[in-house]
Design a binder for this molecule. Structure first.
Ligand SMILES: [Zn+2]
Length: 70
């Protein structure tokens, strides 16, 4: 058993050691969504999904995760 394998908080995939609680793919996705929403404050889920080339499922998870922190 190894204690240093963690799962990404967003996609729940196992990831190696990282200073962040989510994997690189999710960090990049989150950054994309964040900057898109900044430019388009009234964008709906599907607009964000189309504008960032991320799946709507993934965008929704990012938004839920972001909203929970406020
Ligand atoms: Zn992830």
């Amino acid at each position: 058993m190894s204690g240093d394998v963690r799962n990404c908080k967003l996609c729940f995939e196992p990831m190696g050691f990282s200073a962040f609680s989510m994997c690189q793919r999710c960090l990049e996705g989150m950054e994309k969504v964040r900057s898109y929403v900044k430019k388009h404050p009234y964008a709906q889920l599907l607009d964000i999904s189309n504008g960032t080339d991320l799946s709507d499922e993934f965008v929704k998870r990012i938004i839920d995760y972001t909203v929970e922190r406020y």
